[in-house]
Design a protein around this ligand. Structure first.
Ligand SMILES: NC(=O)c1ccc[n+]([C@@H]2O[C@H](COP(=O)([O-])OP(=O)(O)OC[C@H]3O[C@@H](n4cnc5c(N)ncnc54)[C@H](O)[C@@H]3O)[C@@H](O)[C@H]2O)c1
Length: 354
């Protein structure tokens, strides 16, 4: 067992719920089923300790984290009973965290916002994980700034441009703090599946003609998809992440979403790929994937937290390129899968990353 990794979470929504539950689940469950990396350096998932939490919703503020994660509008699966954590969710500034479309889902608390940098310092947070809604750019920047002020590493699981922004990269470099982002890549989700199927087809010599991927889901994030302007950010990230799997340009739409309230935190994605193989023969491939969003996000967040801590232990700061390429849809630099596997293996063996 490694030292404890002291983590703060901004945004106690569905992903945070699965993350907090996952830490407890893998503390009890000794079989590493459902994990890519049971151990990263000396660190197990159960070495992650949440020491501070921020939100803006009155159903969560002031509650023990173990209770807050199960409050509405969170609707992801409960897979473990949590013990009291002793960590109360604290009120943050909402800024653009509340969207005009999904805003009615959040019941804004009226208490005064805390100073996040102070909370991070007082709680001796080592890593701040940003899990606030898509489109909350100003609020995400507030957390990135607070991480710098309190000398905590920053993991941006949201699509806000922080890890992929050269300005933020140089701020974190200058402050000598690790940075990882943007927009977590699910353990299993429409982007990773779509990319890998396209790669397989390209490797087998097929020519991709066109492809699309359409999602429907019932979490707050899927409701945000109805705010087309806000969701454009997410759709662009998904489209360029999937397009990078094919070495030429072709018509592609990825990440177009709709909202179906009663699906709760489940998401169904429909894919179609058309193209040609030997002798110009046409093919058409249809796939459907159904899963729950929260756990798919939390799985990779637990890897990234442990990789960031490992980098910190080795004195590495600024944007962590290998971690970003592994864990995020919009990393500062994309790395081909085979090279990424080799870089990850050598990082886990003890080499410093790029
Ligand atoms: N599989 C996935 O779910 C997945 C995958 C990739 C990326 N992400 C990203 O993770 C983030 C979280 O997703 P989610 O499904 O947990 O969302 P969610 O809507 O369930 O949770 C967001 C939480 O943030 C809170 N919030 C709003 N403004 C805030 C502020 N200023 N400070 C603190 N808290 C604030 C909300 O009250 C809510 O509790 C999103 O940005 C999403 O794009 C999720």
């Amino acid at each position: 067992m490694g030292d404890k990794i002291r983590v703060a979470i901004a945004g106690i929504g569905n992903c945070a719920s699965s993350l907090v539950q996952g830490i407890e689940y893998y503390r009890r469950e000794k079989k590493p089923v459902g994990l890519s990396y049971p151990k990263i350096g000396p660190y197990l998932i159960s070495d992650i300790e949440v020491v501070a939490a921020f939100d803006v919703d009155r159903r969560k503020i002031g509650r023990d984290l173990s209770d807050a994660v199960f409050q509405e509008p969170n609707n992801t699966r409960k897979f473990v009973e949590l013990r009291r954590s002793g960590i109360k969710v604290q009120m943050a500034q909402p800024l653009d965290g509340i969207s005009p479309i999904a805003g009615d889902k959040i019941l804004l608390d009226e208490s005064k916002a805390v100073n996040p940098a102070e909370v991070l310092r007082d709680s001796k947070t080592e890593i701040l994980v940003n899990l606030i809604p898509t489109g909350a750019t100003r609020a995400s920047e507030m957390y990135a700034k607070s991480a710098i002020q309190s000398k905590a590493a920053f993991v941006n699981a949201t699509p806000a441009r922080i890890g992929s922004s050269t300005q933020w990269q140089s701020r974190f470099r200058k402050a000598k703090i690790p940075l990882a982002g943007d927009d977590i890549m699910d353990q299993i989700g429409s982007t990773i599946l779509h990319k890998n199927v396209l790669s397989l087809l390209v490797d087998r010599g097929l020519r991709i003609g066109e492809t699309y991927q359409l999602d429907i889901g019932g979490g707050t994030e899927s409701q945000l998809a109805l705010d087309k302007k806000r969701y454009e950010i997410k759709r662009n990230i998904k489209t360029s992440s999937v397009a990078a799997a094919v070495p030429y340009q072709f018509p592609i739409v990825a990440g177009s979403s709709d909202f179906v309230d009663f699906m709760e935190n489940k998401r169904t994605s429909y894919f179609n790929i058309k193209g040609e193989y030997f002798g110009g023969t046409e093919f058409s491939l249809d796939m459907r994937l159904s899963l729950e969003d929260g756990p798919a996000c939390a799985a990779v967040v637990t890897d990234v937290i442990r990789m960031v801590r490992l980098a910190k232990d080795r004195g590495q700061t600024g944007p962590l390129m290998t971690v970003c390429a592994y864990g995020f849809k919009a990393p500062p630099k994309r790395v081909a899968d085979q090279i990424l596997k080799e870089e990850l293996a050598s990082m886990l063996k003890g080499k410093r990353q790029n």
